[in-house]
Design a protein around this ligand. Structure first.
Ligand code: SAM
Ligand code: SF4
Ligand code: SF4
Length: 338
């Protein structure tokens, strides 16, 4: 298959697709779905609004024809979507797709890791923001202790999946956990990604002063470890990576706030109800579910998606300020999946 390799107006190719399969979650992380707002009366998407697995497969095939090589499933909590391994199998069979991953909070991983691996999933990113039980219970808003997440991590690894750990760092909340998380991941030979706290959505009360930058985290780590920079593996690699000297274990940073990377952003996002977003911070989605449900042909849908990408000019993080953050209509992280 020849890939069209379409590029947007800032010359960025489409390479990477995030698919949110559900907007619900069994956690209420403070920085993502604050429990005060996502309470018992919050209206999540009804089932009929969600793309079916066959619809997701159809769109994914078109995206792959347009240049996508990597797909990551996300949510909300993607493992809350029934029979997810069935979707994984459909996607893993798409010719031309190089990588298929999933981001999860890990608690349902012991139940599903084996089936997901057998279906063709390659890797998982598991979120863990603290190893301290009291703090972790507070952060996840559902009083879940660390142990179930650790069990999820081990289950994924035992099933043969690649495992990375994601830690969102927020000042005054879990910055005291930076070094202990590095110690844990290094001992367990797990790749760790520190994520700068972002102003996604409008419910988490983001303030610039709550961001712990890569520079600050790096300085702390340097007091304990010797770190060597690792060259990016490919154009558009989001994490800035380092290795602990003398090992093969790496640690990385997602510097969305302090060192934005819009100029190499190759990622499109598909929401659970079939809207394409060309930027995490662009609140205007493009409804592609209607294309599918109105009987448009593959070629017609392909053309529409191509046009959406070619028109893309987003570079929000390059232009971010506290003012732009509060003035803008933004989508929630739990809806679009990171
Ligand atoms: N529920 C899954 C999980 O937590 O891994 C998948 C969805 S979650 C929205 C995807 C990623 O976004 C997680 O690593 C999470 O920590 C991160 N995230 C959520 N809110 C964030 C924020 N405000 N800033 C930075 N990262 C955030
Ligand atoms: Fe749920 Fe993930 Fe958001 Fe936490 S970060 S509330 S686990 S979607
Ligand atoms: Fe990509 Fe938008 Fe993030 Fe910039 S702000 S890196 S364009 S998703």
């Amino acid at each position: 298959m020849t890939k069209l390799g379409i590029k947007d107006q800032l010359n960025r190719p489409l390479r990477d697709l995030r698919i949110s399969v559900i907007d619900r979650c069994n956690f209420r992380c403070q920085y993502c779905m604050p429990a005060e707002i996502f309470g018992p009366n919050f209206k999540f998407l009804p089932r009929s609004e969600l793309l079916t697995y066959e619809e997701i497969e159809r769109l994914a095939k078109i995206f792959v024809q347009l240049g996508v090589e990597k797909i990551r499933l996300t949510g909300g909590e993607p493992l809350m979507r029934k029979d997810l391994h069935y979707l994984v199998k459909l996607l893993a069979n798409i010719e031309g797709l190089r990588d298929l991953g999933l981001t999860s909070n890990g608690v349902l991983m012991p139940k599903y890791a084996k089936a997901l691996k057998e279906a063709g999933l390659k890797r998982v990113n598991i979120s863990l923001d603290s190893l301290n039980d009291d703090l972790f219970r507070k952060i996840n808003g559902r009083n879940v202790s660390v142990q179930p997440v650790l069990e999820g991590i081990y289950a994924a690894r035992e099933a043969g999946l690649g495992v990375k750990i994601n830690m969102v760092v927020k000042k005054g909340l879990n910055d005291s956990e930076i070094v202990s998380m590095a110690d844990f991941c290094k001992n367990e030979q797990l790749q760790l990604r520190y994520i700068e706290y972002m102003d996604v959505g409008s419910t988490n009360g983001w303030l610039l002063r709550d961001v712990v930058t890569k520079k600050e985290i790096f300085q702390l780590l340097q007091q304990c470890y010797e770190l060597e920079e690792v060259e990016p593996a490919y154009f558009g690699e989001v994490a800035k990576c380092y290795k602990y000297k003398g090992t093969n274990i790496d640690v990385g940073f997602i510097t969305s706030v302090s060192e934005s990377f819009c100029s190499s952003c190759t990622r499109a996002r598909l929401s659970a109800n079939g809207q394409i977003f060309t930027c995490l911070f662009n609140g205007n989605g493009h409804d592609v579910r209607s294309f599918l449900r109105n009987g448009m042909s593959e070629d017609e849908i392909k053309e529409e998606i191509e046009t959406i990408w070619k028109k893309r000019k987003d570079q929000y993080s390059d232009e971010r300020s506290e003012k732009s953050s509060s003035n803008r209509k933004k989508i929630e992280m739990s809806y679009i999946g990171g």
